[in-house]
Ligand binder design. Structure first.
Ligand SMILES: [Zn+2]
Length: 344
């Protein structure tokens, strides 16, 4: 029957490489879809899509729902890779795409940003995270480890600081945190609050932690992203000299060799010592790989851009197969968690 034929067509789509992981969080074997956007997703993300409303996303189960011919055809013509190529084209480096283990608030924030606010579809879509200024109230856990108290937080990227104040009108901050030493994580479990945040930073050569939560889920994730963006830009700024070199340097042919998380490059294949190396961290720390080169760069063959928190590395392969193989391998490494050895 037509119904069976449509089901078969949909399941064919789900078997294809481009649709094998959820369009939004990369969970394997998605069985849900947005029939007007043209992406396949996991059960959990389908719940978030429902919250967007049907004017943005119409959620259907590939297995349980009835599908009309034109909707099935639309899914076949689109699919995860094609839609993501448009809607995720301009994800900034500091804004990492969710992984299955991420807190629910982060996936919600991403999905709203991607489909409702369309923040990643155009180059300036994330500018509001990059103003380098933010202030507001967050609940901070006290020294006793139990009680949370409301504190005013002020981010100032020009100063390179995040400060917090005990009273809203206080002149002197209780604490001044350097943004370049700050690492922020969403930590709902540690804090036992869905909108929990953990700040870790260096003070007097010791690592200090601050535990916080925000009243609103969106506000917690906004803080997380704005803090990441600010630290990222400050670190990048201090490496700007490196960045300038990279754009004027001509292409040179190098032999590449991958050893765990290090991509080594040699002048000749049998050289004993590499000319240099690129450390490959994880996606969650701002490492990314994509095909093609940034706008304005001439490709010599088939380009690959490796983005690290410090700079972009632009590589070109002689043929498309080679490019595909490298990208697959590099992407895989960046999804692997760091072992203690890697971070030492
Ligand atoms: Zn998902």
């Amino acid at each position: 029957s037509m119904g069976e034929r449509n089901k078969r067509l949909l399941f064919d789509q789900l078997q294809q490489e481009k649709n094998k992981i959820c369009a939004d969080c990369s969970t394997e074997a998605p069985e849900w879809a947005s029939s007007n956007i043209g992406v396949f997703m996991c059960l959990n993300c389908s719940g978030i899509h429902r919250m967007l409303g049907t004017h943005i996303s119409r959620v259907k189960s590939c297995r349980l729902d009835q599908w009309a011919d034109d909707a099935v055809q639309f899914m076949c013509e689109n699919g995860n890779d094609a839609v993501n190529a448009v809607l995720e084209r301009h994800i900034p480096v500091y804004y990492r795409k969710p992984v299955p283990a991420d807190p629910q608030v982060y996936k919600e924030h991403f999905i709203h940003g991607k489909y409702e606010r369309k923040e990643f579809a155009s180059p300036g879509g994330c500018a509001h995270y990059e103003t380098g200024k933010k202030e507001g109230y967050l609940w901070k856990r006290g020294k006793d480890g139990k009680q949370f108290k409301q504190r005013k937080f002020v981010l100032n990227m020009d100063e390179g600081t995040l400060k917090y104040f005990i009273k809203p009108d206080a002149k002197e901050p209780k604490q001044v945190i350097s943004l370049t030493s700050l690492s922020t994580t969403l930590a709902p479990e540690k804090i036992n609050h869905a909108h929990g945040l953990q700040l870790a930073f260096m003070k007097d050569n010791l690592t200090r932690q601050i535990y916080l939560y925000a009243d609103e889920a969106k506000d917690a994730v906004d803080w997380y992203i704005v803090l990441r963006a600010s630290s990222f830009y400050l670190i990048r700024k201090s490496n700007s000299q490196l960045k300038d070199e990279e754009h004027t340097e001509p292409y040179r042919k190098r032999w590449f060799s991958l050893e765990n998380r290090r991509l080594l490059y040699f002048e000749k294949p049998l050289d004993a010592y590499p000319k240099g190396e690129i450390y490959l961290g994880s996606r969650s720390d701002g490492f990314m790989v994509r095909d093609g080169l940034p706008a304005g760069q001439t490709e010599h063959g088939f380009g690959i851009t490796i983005t690290t928190p410090d700079r972009d590395y632009l590589l070109c392969c002689d043929d498309k197969e080679e490019q595909k193989m490298w990208i697959q391998e590099l992407k895989w490494i960046m999804t692997q968690p760091l072992s203690d050895q890697d971070t030492a």
